[in-house]
Design a protein around this ligand. Structure first.
Ligand code: TXA
Ligand code: MG
Length: 354
């Protein structure tokens, strides 16, 4: 399959290109497109065959359902059993935006789209290209992140191309995404509601609207959860893993720096190539100890850290390092999503220091 590349202006996409992409999806094909969080790989959510092909293209396990994207809150009702009051409030406050809600699903949704579950994950993205594509298609679009399963999510069209060239019909290239981590996922089908995945909408902001919102234990897990605790299929699969081993060092700043220097030095003595993911405030401390040092951004601006996280995991990995040692950041605001992704990327290889 030849993958078609379509450049679009992220603020004002060319209608002809959106139309071409929409026709592909209407015909059961697969199109990657930018959202404000990461690139998604879109298929007609109501076409079981197309969704099946989506799983195959990504090599995604069939038990892990994608998020269904809509262009208008009104398009949710046909997909769900009932609209909880809480959902209305959240949608008014946070849509369009990086928030996904889990509802009890209706029967028009094919079983493959929800991986056989009786619930469905829905969000309305805040990106002109994504919204134009969904509107033009006139269908809800199932779109998991447009990476090969297990890899870091794509924040540029180039990342999508690296993973999926020849496996999908087209990529709409609207430049790098702004948020950089995926949407926050809230399960409203349980009481109290649970945050299943921290993401682009901070937990603190969600709690202001939904006071009894709980963090699922998985959000801050520091080891694999037992299977009976799993609420979201995505929780049990390998995630965000570069080729290199990832080691995450968490703790107070001076101790983290000292530990990373020590770990990097001892790895190099064993002949390994070492990459370090640091921050603006600390990167200077590692220059002599590692082969590749990159800064995620300032520790005082966790939005920039989130924005560059997946890109830098890919870039450092591309240098063929044996290990990537990453610095932990505070678990507040977007830092909660960053730490969740880093812990998973490390396969819970976490070193704690005082
Ligand atoms: O920002 C995002 O959410 C991006 C962009 C493309 O919109 N999409 C994304 O989709 O990250 P995906 O498929 O990579 O992640 C969806 C997550 C998975 O962890 C999945 O297990 C969970 O949502 N999920 C989907 N349906 C669910 C359901 N019915 N119940 C619980 N979790 C569900
Ligand atoms: Mg994903």
């Amino acid at each position: 399959m030849k993958t078609l590349l379509l450049d679009v202006n992220p603020e004002n996409p060319d209608p002809a290109k959106i139309q071409a992409a929409a026709r592909i999806i209407q015909a059961g094909g697969l199109v990657a497109f930018p959202t404000e969080t990461v690139y998604g790989l879109g298929a007609d959510a109501l076409n079981a065959k197309a969704v099946q092909a989506l799983f195959e293209a990504k090599k995604r396990p069939l038990d892990n359902p994608p998020i269904v994207h809509v262009a208008d809150p009104k398009d949710v009702s046909p997909l769900i059993k009932e609209m909880p009051k809480k959902a209305k409030v959240l949608m008014e406050q946070f849509w369009p935006g990086p928030l996904t809600l889990i509802f009890k699903r209706s029967n028009i949704v094919p079983s493959v789209t929800v991986a056989g579950l009786d619930t469905i994950a829905i969000r309305m993205p805040k990106h002109k290209v994504a919204l134009a594509l969904i509107r033009q298609t006139q269908r809800p679009i199932a779109a998991p992140s447009a990476n090969l399963a297990g890899k870091p999510s794509p924040t540029t069209a180039q990342h999508v191309y690296e993973d999926l060239d020849g496996r999908i019909d087209a990529i709409l290239d609207g430049g790098p995404t702004t948020i950089g981590v995926e949407s926050s996922v809230i399960d409203l089908s349980v009481e109290p509601p649970m945050l299943l995945r921290p993401g682009g909408t901070p937990f603190e902001a969600l709690k202001e609207v939904l006071c009894n919102l709980r963090l699922h234990p998985f959000v801050q897990a520091e080891q694999e959860l037992p299977l009976d605790k799993i609420r979201s299929p995505g929780m049990k699969h390998k995630h965000y893993a570069p080729k290199a081993q990832v080691v995450l060092v968490e703790g107070s700043m001076p101790a983290v720096i000292e530990k990373i220097r020590f770990l990097a030095q001892s790895r190099r003595q064993k002949g390994e190539k070492v990459g370090i993911l640091a921050t603006d405030e600390t990167q200077h401390a590692y220059k002599a100890q590692a082969d590749v040092v990159r800064s995620l951004g300032s520790r005082f601006n966790l939005a920039t850290v989130a924005q560059s996280l997946f890109r830098l995991l890919r870039e450092v990995d591309a240098q063929n390092v044996d290990v990537i040692i990453a610095e932990g950041v505070p678990s507040e605001g977007l830092g909660l999503a960053v730490m969740n992704r880093l812990r998973k990327a490390s396969g819970y290889h976490i070193v704690k220091v005082q």
